[in-house]
Design a protein around this ligand. Structure first.
Ligand SMILES: [Zn+2]
Length: 345
């Protein structure tokens, strides 16, 4: 069943392929309506993908849907998360403690999962250091003084039972989920190919209406956008199957949306290069000169955390331009980017 744009959050279960169910779950945050979780039967109980945010409301919805399908919560034996962001990972953390389900996530998530501490003196330490390097001291100070929200301290946070590698298969009653590493949104993000139908559970790597943020995590890699673009190309090499995103409607194919996301970033790269050619030389200065969100807000109209994400986004584009030889980093002082001579992209 393919939901239309308006009703993707309508209560499940929605069978999207034989034996594979989409279950939208509520989120406790503004701005993101729901997360799509996915459920299939495994060889020894249920395999639950991205089981949502650990709130009572979300768990009650899971229990209701499981009852409709003839199961109970105790039947969930394995959780698989596409990445470690709270809306995907926190319920898996909790269930590991409360119902003893086995918890799996991509291996490269270990940097942020093991590094994270709710007691750390500075939230987003890497981003704060980067903002200082870019001469954005005020924004760095604002981020550094942010506390950790109660929503994030309200649950245990720990390593999973297993780290998933690219190419690994998670067996199902019929077929398997094949793990495909898709770094970028986070370092260890994975998507899952449902082998019996060819459908792709894309997490936040490919989304129907928005492009995912890049490298927004505790311990990001140095050039998350290049890591993000490479597996997008690899996705095009797979047969075009149903796109099962973490947020938004199911789409009949994956390729078209992947091509749009690649084109979006190429446009953005050209725009950023143009601004460097105009003399803007830091990620922060470039971010401040651009419009953000569909409502075209100025950078300083965004919440502080979103200003940080936007600046990081521009930095990741500058890093790709540097790798392509289009810009160079000034040898000293703040992290400044200058056009390479001759200018090329
Ligand atoms: Zn995410």
């Amino acid at each position: 069943m393919v939901a239309n744009e308006q009703d993707w959050t309508a209560a499940g279960p929605h069978e999207v392929a034989q034996g594979l169910y989409r279950i939208p779950l509520p989120l406790p945050i503004a701005g993101l309506a729901a997360v799509n979780s996915y459920l299939a039967e495994g060889p020894d109980g249920l395999v639950y993908v991205d089981p949502g945010w650990a709130t009572e409301e979300s768990e009650a919805e899971v229990i209701r849907v499981l009852r409709v399908l003839g199961y109970s919560l105790a039947d969930v034996r394995t959780t698989v998360c596409t990445h470690h962001h709270w809306d995907h990972y926190s319920q898996a953390n909790r269930w590991r403690e409360t119902i003893g389900s086995r918890q799996l996530i991509g291996r490269e998530e270990r940097h942020s999962v093991l590094g994270y501490s709710v007691d750390a003196p500075v939230r987003y330490p890497t981003q704060v250091a980067q903002l200082r390097e870019e001469g954005a001291a005020d924004l760095a100070d604002a981020i550094a003084s942010m506390g950790v929200p109660d929503l994030e301290t309200a649950m245990g946070y720990h390593a999973p039972d297993g780290w998933l590698d690219d190419g690994e298969a998670i067996p199902l009653a019929e077929g398997a989920f094949e793990v495909i590493a898709t770094p970028g949104h986070t370092r260890g993000h994975v998507i899952l190919r449902h082998t019996s139908s060819g459908a792709l559970i894309t997490g936040d790597h490919v989304l129907p209406r928005i492009t995912p943020s890049i490298g927004f995590e505790w311990s990001p890699e140095p050039s998350p956008l290049s890591s993000f673009l490479a597996p997008l190309d690899a996705t095009l090499a797979l047969a075009d199957g149903l796109l099962l995103p973490a947020h938004g409607s199911v789409l009949p194919g994956t390729h078209e949306r992947v091509r749009e996301q690649i084109a979006h970033h190429e446009d953005r790269l050209a725009e950023v290069l143009g601004l460097v050619a105009d003399g803007l030389d830091t990620a922060y200065a470039i971010a401040a000169s651009m419009r953000w969100t569909r409502r075209r807000h100025a950078l300083d109209e965004l919440a502080v955390e979103h200003r940080m994400i936007a600046t990081g986004e521009i930095r990741s584009h500058l890093e790709v331009l540097r790798e392509r030889g289009a810009v160079i980093v000034a040898p000293e002082g703040a992290r400044r980017y200058l056009p390479a001579q001759p200018l090329r992209i």
